[in-house]
Design a protein around this ligand. Structure first.
Ligand SMILES: Cc1cc2nc3c(=O)[nH]c(=O)nc-3n(C[C@H](O)[C@H](O)[C@H](O)COP(=O)(O)OP(=O)(O)OC[C@H]3O[C@@H](n4cnc5c(N)ncnc54)[C@H](O)[C@@H]3O)c2cc1C
Length: 232
């Protein structure tokens, strides 16, 4: 389907968000992806839909990390309102289970926030009762995607809390955490609830594997660890 670009925002030095309008509404589940087809080529890349699913959605949002050599992502900074993009989908089995009454732990690395954003927005905008706690790992302060949105949501919804950890910077007067995620950090974030939450993870492959191992060692059963697996 040919979608029309509505808005392009440079969120951080390496990440853009793109809002597109669809030619007709689609149905999709929170957590799914669309395939972006590269113009004039058979190449396509999957990008998570960064807004909650629904039955009749006509506007989608994406959060895209720009790889200068990337066949698809390198074109994104050139997009402007009114341009078109060729999308296919929705696809994907990483789906938020809104029937699960457990509280929710979200663990995001970098652009992995895209799909987890669809989950926290789903819970908050659908008025679900689950508490949502997000641990968001980025390299430095400049790379905090949705900084203002996260602060505004935490202020508006007491059920939503978040912590940012910086892996390559230790600024003075920083209120979040510093360092890569480890067992002690996850225990501080999720241990008070005895790791009883349903966890959703997304980020670079090694980041997600590390988080998964820590959660498993803390006794979180595999049915409560949902991972959106990207290739890298
Ligand atoms: C289920 C799923 C959901 C995804 N959702 C998103 C999303 O919401 N946002 C997003 O930005 N990406 C997402 N991705 C990754 C995306 O599909 C592409 O793989 C990525 O954007 C690279 O595509 P490209 O065409 O720009 O680069 P390519 O032309 O495929 O790659 C260019 C070069 O960069 C290398 N490379 C590719 N990806 C990476 C990477 N991530 N880190 C380092 N090197 C890399 C390649 O090996 C190659 O050498 C998702 C992937 C999957 C499987």
């Amino acid at each position: 389907m040919i979608a029309t670009v509505k808005k392009v925002t440079q969120e951080t030095p390496r990440v853009y968000s793109v809002v597109v309008t669809l030619p007709q509404p689609i149905a999709f589940k929170t957590g799914q992806v669309m395939r972006w087809n590269a113009p004039g080529s058979k190449a396509g890349r999957l990008f998570s839909i960064a807004v909650p699913g629904g039955d009749q959605v006509s506007e989608l949002s994406f959060v895209i990390s720009i790889l200068p050599e990337g066949i698809v992502s390198s074109r994104v900074p050139l997009l402007k309102p009114g341009d078109t993009v060729d999308l296919a989908g929705p696809h994907g089995k990483f789906i938020f289970d809104e029937t699960d009454p457990r509280d929710i732990g979200l663990i995001a690395g970098g652009t992995g926030i895209s799909v987890l954003r669809s989950i926290y927005l789903h819970v908050l905008t659908h008025g679900l009762p689950n508490k949502v706690r997000l641990l968001f790992s980025v390299r430095n302060r400049d790379e905090v995607i949705f900084r203002d949105e996260l602060a505004a949501l935490a202020k508006k919804y007491p059920q939503f809390t978040y912590t940012i950890t910086l892996t390559r910077e230790q600024p003075e007067q920083w209120k979040g955490k510093c360092g890569t995620i480890n067992a002690a950090m996850l225990a501080e974030e999720f241990g008070k609830e005895k790791f009883q939450q349903a966890f959703y993870l997304c980020g670079p492959k090694t980041f997600v594997k590390n988080a998964e191992n820590i959660l498993s060692a803390a006794g979180v059963t595999p049915d409560r660890i949902h991972i959106d697996r990207w290739v890298f």
